[in-house]
Design a protein around this ligand. Structure first.
Ligand code: XMP
Length: 494
């Protein structure tokens, strides 16, 4: 483990209270730093960033950004219905996939309006046309963006405008999907200069699609977090209430989610029951439990069921929109919480196996005029203290990809976005109260507030800078990767 200065032992400290002393002579470039890490036991990220399951932070757009940048997004559950959350998962899964299985299809009698409706809901135009508009009937043609982009005649039937089967280039399932050979399909796309390539079986039924835009997206983001089928990975959060969680998790599994964060401000015992149910029914889903903030909590969870938990989320009340510590007098300085939990997990590793730690919340610092600014250094500190990844809310809420519109704050003369704690009264009007175990209570004591965070523009510009900052911080200290940082960091009080 890292070297902790004796003055820090038995003290409570935040990220701002410590510094990492460089005492090596680095002999490599910043790009020589590799940030590859475990998000969960089985899911590896090339960037140690996770976006928080909060309704002003992570829906599909943020989850896509995070996964393309090598991190991962966790979709919140503060929607009115479970299906609304699942639709966000589907949007991520459909984005830039390799083979798009279960593609949306239409019939020759559908109209141009139906194609526009699909674009609004799912974000794409290309649709194979089949005899009866389902995947069980024969392919009749295809409609792509090119066919509809200048059309105003919304009522025209697709049979009038589709490229018919006899003019279509298709690939056979046996040559592509059966061999899991995406390259073969992409080669046809390139050589024939196609937008979309349908893949059919021996009965002429569509089994998958491959698209040019997906192929280019896959080439453009080399760090992207993907499954074996080149689909972006995504997690959802679920309530710590078993009956509700069961329904949500079943639907999320069908939408091919990669894992579940069972969400609560303080880990409930019921979480273990849910985790066990998930592992018994869907062994391929990864399960994250939390939140915890002490070695005792970590030990209890790991000893009760190491096989039911794939990562622990650490942090009680350190978040930018949290008021738990001020209001309820409970919670913990985040740097101490991360260190204590990571040490406990490490101690139990020889007997119970590896347990990744997610440092959740508190990645922010005030600059000299009192504004929130991003500091990659806080992230490096969390990693040095033993976290494998860092979960962020407030830092990402100001990006274009978070839900909600930017607005002008006349008082501060700057653009801002609204960021709200899930324990704020506003968020608890929907499902936020589940996180605090008070959904049935008449009196709701808020544990979060609504704040404004600086508007930070596009995440596609912001995150590469943040990644470069973390790499530079490791390079300065002479560490090539997170493991070296965790073994060699020299942590001292400021
Ligand atoms: P940051 O600092 O990145 O923190 O904005 C994000 C994390 O804050 C937690 N969270 C809350 N904690 N009351 C709390 O005590 C709240 O209302 C609240 N909302 C979110 C959550 O763990 C998130 O990942």
């Amino acid at each position: 483990m890292a070297k902790l200065h004796p003055d820090l032992e038995n003290k409570e400290f935040w990220y701002k209270d410590i510094t990492l002393i460089p005492n090596r002579l680095p002999d490599f470039e910043r790009d020589g730093v590799d940030l590859t890490t475990n998000f969960t036991k089985r899911i590896i990220l090339k960037t140690p960033f996770v976006s928080a399951p909060m309704d002003t932070v992570t829906e599909a757009e943020m989850a896509i950004l995070m996964a393309l940048m090598g991190g991962i997004g966790v979709i919140h559950y503060n929607f009115l219905t479970i299906d609304e959350q699942i639709q966000e998962v589907e949007k991520v899964k459909r984005f830039g996939a390799g083979f798009v299985f279960n593609p949306v299809v239409l019939s020759p009698l559908n109209t141009i309006r139906d194609v526009y409706n699909i674009n609004e809901k799912c974000g794409f135009f290309s649709c194979p046309i089949t005899e009866d508009g389902t995947l069980s009937s024969k392919l009749m043609g295809i409609v792509t963006h090119r066919d509809v982009r200048y059309r105003n005649d919304m009522g025209t039937k697709l049979k009038e405008i589709m490229t018919p089967r006899e003019k279509l280039i298709v690939a056979e399932k046996k040559d592509t999907v059966n061999k899991n050979d995406l390259e073969a399909a992409n080669k046809i796309l390139k050589e024939k200069n196609l937008d979309t390539l349908p893949i059919i079986d021996e009965k002429e039924r569509v089994v998958a699609l491959v698209t040019d835009s997906d192929m280019r997206k896959n080439e453009q983001f080399p760090l992207a977090t993907k499954n074996e089928n080149k689909q972006l990975r995504v997690f959802i959060a679920a309530e710590s209430r078993i009956e509700l969680a069961k329904e949500r998790i079943k639907k999320a599994f069908e939408a091919e989610v990669d894992g579940i964060i069972i969400d609560a401000s303080v880990v409930f015992k019921e979480q273990l029951e849910i985790a066990k149910w998930v592992k018994e029914n869907f062994p391929n889903l990864e399960v994250v439990l939390g939140n915890v903030d002490s070695a005792q909590m970590v030990e209890k969870i790991i000893k009760e069921g190491p096989q039911y938990c794939d990562a622990l989320r650490v942090g009680i009340g350190p978040g930018a929109a949290c008021i738990t510590q001020q209001e309820l007098g409970t919670g913990r300085a985040q740097a101490s919480a991360v260190l204590d939990c990571a040490l406990a997990a490490k101690k139990l590793e020889p007997k119970y196996g590896f347990m990744p730690v997610i440092a959740d919340g508190g990645i922010k610092i005030l600059d000299e005029i009192g504004r929130d600014v991003q500091k990659p250094g806080d992230i490096t500190k969390a990693l040095a203290l033993g976290a494998q990844t860092v979960m962020m809310g407030g830092l990402l809420a100001g990006l274009d990809e978070s839900p909600g519109e930017k607005e002008f704050d006349y008082g501060e003369s700057r653009m801002v976005k609204i960021y709200r704690g899930m324990g704020s009264l506003a968020a608890m009007e929907k499902r936020g109260a589940f996180r605090y175990g008070i959904e049935k209570a008449k009196i709701k004591v808020p544990e979060g507030k609504v704040i404004r965070v600086p508007y930070r523009g596009s995440g596609y510009d912001f995150l590469p800078n943040l990644i470069a900052g973390v790499k530079q911080s490791l390079q300065k200290q002479g560490f090539r990767n997170i493991k070296e940082l965790q073994e060699g960091a020299d942590i001292r009080p400021i």
